[in-house]
Write a protein that binds this ligand. Structure first.
Ligand SMILES: *Cc1c(COP(=O)(O)O)cnc(C)c1O
Ligand SMILES: [Zn+2]
Length: 448
């Protein structure tokens, strides 16, 4: 294939470049993060219509690996990788649905939910991990000294890394903050054979350690500061447009923690615009938990300064991050996309997730943060009733049953407005009949 891609320093004054098979996570000249750049001129030789047709022809087909939502866009991701080295579990291709009833409840006619959690390991992290692990397999086949791949994680990154490495037969190592992730997220890397290291610290502490450990070239770093992850994750925006027949939504809301995913979302849209597939850009909203909201605080100061904070315990455990590695990329994206940042309290995120569930969703707490941010922006008049809005749901609700159980048992330290407790009864027809009569009457009154 004639297409080419390389790592490039994001610092405008530096722009140093490195080949994709170098074991490198930051610019060696200036220390900034890197991003993958593509030879846009050569990609431009194929017209916009032809790209759209190619992507549509491949979408969800069984033509391996192009039926994957990520590898169907291979030329825009890692054009040079050998198909034999691609480690794919047919990620992407997730459902995008019209949340009609919830939208109406909160005052929107055209609200959609993109369910990135309906994926092999249950979160959007699969989109990036397929690319990173494939490139590792390629480098190993070329003789690179990599013996294992490691990440720090708030749960979902480690689950994705472990499962893709298991599929490839590569050893994974995960560093987790002890007691700060859900049971499902802990058991995923355990089941998939990762070396699981449970550290008595928070995510930011794990991140510091893993950056040191991976100075040794035999252990490759899989966190999203490695921009290979971003290349896969950027397909989410492309896939959303494709699902809307290449129409661009007005607003996209995404929960943010380490802030790699928001820059990935932006990067997919910029590529579509630069290659002529679309002519406008959406507004992007990053939603943060109030207890881990360093980007929101910076937004309030027009991004003139950014101060890391110590993240407090939040139900949205996958975004409990106080010192996000990709903050500079995220700010750049928000400036390009008329960005907004909004935060949500514990009660707001839990109630929003639960209210959504009553309309047929099954939200993880991070999606709850995004829904709560949406409600607040509508109430503040910053999103209009007629706008076409997409909320990115980042993980499957079943990974967070502990959160849902606590909510519905009213065991959280705030009132749980939509708690729905099971009714315990003796096993007799009379008892059930009597209980139903009362309960159904109560429901009718509530819904009236
Ligand atoms: C990783 C993750 C996020 C945050 O993504 P970042 O790229 O770190 O901002 C949000 N929600 C879920 C469920 C996640 O696993
Ligand atoms: Zn540099």
């Amino acid at each position: 294939m004639p297409y080419r891609a390389w790592f490039q320093c994001i610092n405008e004054q530096c722009k140093a470049t490195y080949p994709l098979n170098s074991i490198i996570y930051r610019c060696t000249a200036c220390g900034s993060l890197l991003e993958v750049q593509h030879d846009m001129q050569t990609l431009g030789h194929r017209g916009a219509k032809a790209w759209m047709k190619l992507f549509e022809d491949r979408y969800k087909s069984t033509q391996w690996p192009y039926g994957s939502g990520v590898w169907g866009k291979k030329e825009w991701i890692l054009p040079k990788i050998a198909d034999d080295n691609i480690v794919s579990l047919y990620e992407g291709g997730t459902n995008l649905f019209w949340a009609e009833r919830f939208g109406r409840m909160i005052g929107l006619d055209n609200l959609w939910l993109k369910l990135c959690g309906n994926s092999h390991s249950g979160s959007f992290k699969d989109l990036g991990m397929t690319v990173l692990v494939s490139q590792v397999k390629q480098m190993i086949s070329e003789g690179a000294p990599i013996q294992a791949v490691a990440c720090a994680s708030t749960g979902d990154t480690s689950a994705a890394l472990a499962v893709y490495c298991a599929a490839a037969g590569i050893q994974s190592i995960v560093l987790l903050p002890k007691g700060k992730i859900s049971i499902a997220q802990l058991v995923q890397p355990i089941a998939n054979g990762a070396l699981v290291l449970s550290l008595d610290t928070d995510f930011d502490g794990c991140m510091r350690v893993v950056q040191e450990i991976t100075r040794d070239e035999t252990i490759y770093l899989a966190n999203s500061m490695n921009s290979l992850r971003i290349e896969g994750q950027k397909t989410v925006g492309i896939e959303i447009c494709q699902q809307f027949d290449w129409e661009v939504p007005d607003v996209i809301i995404i929960p943010g923690g380490n802030l790699g995913n928001v820059s990935a979302l932006g990067s997919g849209f910029l590529m579509m615009r630069d290659l002529g597939l679309i002519t406008k850009l959406p507004r992007i909203v990053v939603a943060q938990a109030e207890r881990a909201n360093p980007l929101y605080r910076s937004y309030l100061k027009n991004f003139e300064s950014f101060e890391p904070m110590e993240a407090q315990k939040t139900l949205a455990s996958a975004i409990q991050i106080g010192n996000p590695v990709s903050v500079q990329k995220a700010i750049r994206t928000l400036r390009q996309f008329s960005g907004i940042v909004m935060d949500a309290t514990e009660q707001e995120l839990a109630d929003a997730a639960a209210l959504g569930d009553t309309t047929g969703m099954f939200n993880c707490p991070h999606t709850g943060v995004a829904l709560a941010a949406l409600i607040k922006l509508i109430n503040a008049g910053k999103i209009d009733r007629s706008e076409h809005v997409v909320v990115i749901s980042t993980a499957h609700g079943l990974k967070f049953t502990d959160f849902k159980v606590q909510y519905h048992e009213e065991k959280l330290d705030f009132p749980c407005r939509y708690a729905n407790k099971p009714i315990e009864l003796p096993p007799t027809v009379e008892a059930v009949r009597e209980a139903l009569k009362n309960a159904l009457k109560k429901r009718r009154e509530q819904n009236a």
